[in-house]
Design a binder for this molecule. Structure first.
Ligand code: SAM
Length: 202
């Protein structure tokens, strides 16, 4: 049975801060599927979105490998038009995406089954997206090391993309307990922004 976990994102009052607080509750289930609980990367990505929340209203945002969807739910609560997705062959993970929407009273958020590397009717019918979110989605189920380092460079080269590393301290994520949770703990988390190397007009 799903247990709700609460994350409370806060903007410290004072110079530059507005004292805003946002609460997100997500379901968590101890389950063999990886998407049924929050991974340390998710709370870091959610903190990044919270820090940049003023740029989110009206943006089309797709979360891939969303699982319980903490970043996507936070983006929706900040005014983005969000689509959550997980592997179309993992009904439990798609169901927990729905449960997260319900728990946060977000009936407008769409949930679709998208399997990485598969072209489907669902992916082709999505409108253009401004931002694609992914937390802890660079991993190989057979491998024990969860790292983007070994896989990313070749893909950036292949698709003519670039990657910028964002220091955690630049968005108040250089701590072990974000949003009043016990995450990310002592895990090493890297925040990366990947985009096309050239703009369309170049
Ligand atoms: C480690 S979990 C991370 C979940 C969530 N993003 C987080 O950080 O809490 C990886 C997620 O990727 C999803 N996933 C794994 N293989 C996938 C695939 N081939 N296509 C789409 N999603 C996949 C899993 O179902 C799971 O939700």
């Amino acid at each position: 049975m799903a247990r709700a976990q609460r994350f409370r994102f806060r903007d410290e009052p004072g110079p530059g801060g507005d004292g805003a607080v946002l609460e997100v509750r997500v379901p968590q289930v101890l389950h063999v599927q990886y998407g049924m609980y929050v991974w340390p990367c998710a709370v870091v990505l959610a903190q990044y979105l919270w820090f940049h929340r003023r740029s989110l209203p009206g943006k089309a945002v797709l979360e891939i490998g969303a699982g319980v969807s903490l970043p996507g739910i936070l983006a929706a609560k900040c005014g983005a038009k969000v689509v959550l997705s997980d592997n179309s062959e993992f009904p439990h993970c798609l169901d927990i995406c729905w449960q997260s929407c319900q728990m946060n009273n977000l009936p407008q958020v769409q949930v679709v089954g998208l399997t990485w590397g598969h072209l489907s009717k669902d992916i082709l019918s999505l409108p253009p997206q401004d931002i694609i979110l992914g937390s802890d989605v660079f991993f190989e189920p057979e491998a024990t090391v969860r790292s983007a380092d070994w896989s990313l460079e070749g893909l950036l080269y292949k698709w003519d993309m670039k990657c910028v590393h964002i220091p955690l301290e630049s968005f108040d994520a250089d701590k072990e307990d974000i949003a009043e949770s016990t995450l990310p703990g002592r895990h090493t988390v890297e925040m990366l922004i990947i985009s096309f190397a050239k703009t369309v007009s170049e």
